[in-house]
Design a protein around this ligand. Sequence first.
Ligand SMILES: [Zn+2]
Length: 64
Amino acid sequence: MANRVKIDCRKYPSDQGCTVAISGALEEVVELGWLHAKMHHAHKGEEEKALKDWIRSNAEAASD
Ligand SMILES: [Zn+2]
């Protein structure tokens, strides 16, 4: 079974005070994190590569 990683919006202050956390296999978190950033945090299409790279380097090991 693949180890899960997570990214937690609470650690990154935003206008919305978002409390969403996403966990799963790294590539799932990268994809879903990007969709969440685009839909919920108004990131633009051209930021896709930079934001996905950012998620890859900031995702942490999940305990479950
Ligand atoms: Zn969020």
